[in-house]
Ligand binder design. Structure first.
Ligand SMILES: *Cc1c(COP(=O)(O)O)cnc(C)c1O
Length: 227
């Protein structure tokens, strides 16, 4: 029988949901060798990140600098907390770079100004260039046509560019697939191995198109509290 107060972030609960996500990845033609799951813990209590690590999900993603800076020490001091590999996936303002805890990968370099600022403070930082594949005015990322120039600029700024990241505009499946395929074509042309694309709702299409890193929040942790 289900306990009335079952912890939604227990390692068993998260492991069960991660299995469902892995099944979707496998059905879409991905595998543990080709796709990494990033557990997006933004807006959630630190216990979500601790539970993810206990469930064997070591790649964790955050979106808000202040929240992340407050949460990281709590997670680090938990058992196995030192195994966390943090990623930053949200919009990054230049005046908050100094507050950002150390991260394995910044997914959201979308402008030359930001690249310059990050490069000057964190030489050699591994990054992804974010591309606005859905061409939405309110979304981050560079125009697809500017991707090559921004990658070059990042390299000149001392950053280690490993790949591209994109968030698809909500659309019919064919259209979503086309957006993901456009990111893969850009990454292929630039010989960049990492394609960070796919979230809870569209990870299947992203993996079919060639994602190497899916960023999953809701499907692992349930709905987020309103911010
Ligand atoms: C919040 C967020 C996600 C996770 O979204 P879900 O739909 O909850 O899986 C992925 N990527 C980015 C950039 C996000 O901000």
């Amino acid at each position: 029988m289900r306990q009335p107060n079952q912890d939604p972030y227990s390692d068993e609960a998260i492991r069960g949901r991660a299995q469902i996500v892995w099944n979707r990845i496998l059905d879409a033609g991905g595998s543990v060798d080709t796709v990494r799951i990033l557990a997006i813990t933004k807006a959630l209590d630190p216990s979500a990140a601790v539970g993810a690590i206990a469930a064997g999900l070591f790649d964790l993603g955050e979106s808000y600098v202040q929240e992340f800076a407050a949460k990281a020490p709590t997670v680090a001091s938990s058992s196995r907390g030192e195994q966390a590999r943090w990623h930053f996936v949200g919009g990054l303002q230049r005046n908050k770079i100094n507050m950002l805890p150390p991260v394995e990968l910044i997914h959201s370099i979308g402008s030359q100004k930001l690249a310059t600022a990050v490069g000057s403070r964190r030489e050699g930082q591994a990054v992804l260039v974010q591309v606005n594949i859905g061409m939405e005015a309110q979304k981050g990322g560079c125009h697809p046509d500017d991707t090559a120039a921004l990658v070059d600029h990042c390299i000149d700024a001392g950053l280690d560019v490993q790949g591209l990241m994109g968030v698809a505009r909500q659309a019919a499946d064919d259209d979503t697939t086309e957006q993901f395929e456009s990111l893969v074509r850009l990454a292929d042309d630039l010989h960049l191995p990492v394609r960070s694309m796919g979230m809870s709702a569209d990870l299947d299409l992203a993996v079919m198109a060639g994602s190497t890193m899916v960023r999953i929040g809701t499907a692992l942790f349930g709905p987020r509290p309103p911010r």
